[in-house]
Design a protein around this ligand. Structure first.
Ligand code: UDP
Ligand code: UDP
Length: 317
């Protein structure tokens, strides 16, 4: 969440003396991070702790949050299938009650709010690649529904608050994202394969292995989200890398780049796994002037370097 120090007193409609803080006229943002640390890690924030314009609160978005901000990046929700399926009721509460609370906060203080929605709103898509106009093919009662239907309701809430209360909204539909500082045990495919390759364990490709995903490097994703927040379009806008790979191709790339000695092993899959996924990013290009810059083969080694440091395994051993 960001507070622009030049107008951090947005909710005050009545005449009051200006804020005494010297930061009031600063062009710099102040950042408040609210996290319940279910999947997030304090390690990823440690370089900011103690910074004068940074604040960290342990908070769960399913509870009311009373702070003063100008912009809200609402990113809260586990995004890895193993984490969101671990407590599906909590996942759907986070998407529904959490989004409602963030919208209530946006309404009270007059903040602009950006929701990170997901490519999962397209379900197991029957249209390929997926444009924003596609309504999706989603199972409402499956094991993934807490996440994909949860995000669909979150998008509905965003548009209802926008139409009914005039809240300034932005919706990004994020496609698979990877990069340094991901939880090593996150359970998603890129972090699994990289950790497995470094440890010399078999790369676990879930059957059939021909299913596809499109992987966006984290710095490209952050750039896209900021452009969306600062621009004039509500979205939804797809933000993702259109480079599409089967899971077998991904495993082969990881093997070649990280550990050619490692084996590729086929394992069981989970229900409702989407068979193909690739963003149509025409809107992002036209409306945000955005497209990803980092190719998969350039991003994987950057993530490998970070994972090696954290796992304590040097290259070439
Ligand atoms: N809310 C919040 N912070 C605020 C204002 C509201 O967390 O600064 C939450 C509050 O818990 C409420 C929800 O946002 O349940 C929706 O707020 P809204 O004002 O839209 O609805 P109401 O309070 O009338 O139910
Ligand atoms: N997958 C895999 N091996 C793994 C983890 C995942 O082959 O160790 C496959 C999974 O079946 C899916 C794809 O990788 O087709 C992406 O799964 P992930 O959990 O990374 O994210 P999703 O896109 O399903 O949310």
């Amino acid at each position: 969440m960001a507070t622009n120090s030049s107008n951090g007193d947005t909710q005050k409609a009545t005449k009051q003396p200006p804020m005494p803080s010297p930061l009031r006229f600063s062009k710099f943002f102040q950042v408040i991070v609210a996290d319940n640390f279910f999947t997030g890690s304090k390690d990823n924030l440690k370089k900011w702790i103690g910074h004068p314009r940074f604040e960290l609160i342990r908070h769960d978005v399913t509870e009311k949050l009373l702070i003063e901000v100008d912009q809200i990046y609402h990113l809260a929700c586990p995004a890895s299938p193993i984490f969101y399926k671990y407590n599906p009721v909590k996942t759907i509460k986070t998407n529904v009650i959490g989004t409602l609370n963030m919208l209530g906060l946006a309404k009270r203080v007059g903040a602009r709010i950006l929701l990170t929605s997901t490519s999962e709103v397209y379900g197991d898509p029957l249209v390929h690649p997926q444009p924003e106009s596609y309504w999706g093919n989603v199972n409402p009662i499956g094991v993934r529904s807490c996440y994909d239907e949860g995000k669909r309701v979150a998008e509905t809430l965003m548009f209802d608050y926008h139409r009914q209360h005039g809240i300034e909204i932005r919706i990004a539909r994020i496609f698979n994202t990877y990069g340094p500082r991901m939880n090593i045990d996150d359970g998603r495919v890129v972090s699994n394969f990289i950790a497995q390759a470094i440890r010399g364990e078999p790369l676990t490709v879930q059957v059939p292995g021909t299913q596809t995903r499109s992987f966006c490097y984290v710095s490209d994703m952050v750039d896209g989200l900021i452009r969306l927040m600062e621009g004039e379009n509500t979205g939804p806008i797809n933000i993702g890398n259109p480079g599409e790979f089967t899971m077998i191709e991904l495993a082969e790339n990881v093997k070649e780049l990280i550990n050619p000695a490692v084996e590729i092993k086929m394992v069981e899959n989970t229900p409702d796994d989407p068979r193909q996924r690739k963003p149509d990013i025409t809107k992002a290009k036209e409306l945000l002037g955005w497209e990803p810059k980092v190719k998969l083969r350039d991003g994987l080694p950057l993530m490998e370097e970070d994972f090696r440091q954290r796992l304590g395994v040097a290259k070439n051993n």
